[in-house]
Write a protein that binds this ligand. Sequence first.
Ligand SMILES: [Zn+2]
Length: 96
Amino acid sequence: MARILLLLAIVLGIFWWLRQRASARQATERPAQRRSQASGNGGNGGNGQDTEPMVQCAHCGVHLPRGDAIAWHGLHYCRRSHLPDMPGEGDNGARS
Ligand SMILES: [Zn+2]
């Protein structure tokens, strides 16, 4: 019985670690993106006018513009139902 609990803890730990890793990678990508935008103004092409930075849903991993994402505890989610735990039926807040 204790073995099952141990296995569960390990699986949860791996899941949590992958999540942390994904968000850390996102955090390192964002400044790099901004830097390339700043250095390449007026250079190549013309498709970088008002492109919002893309964020990844911490639940399902889908990419979406940051304006459409729901920020929650430093992570982003594509929809309200993907938040880790719903505080209730209050439909206000949780969106910056
Ligand atoms: Zn999602």
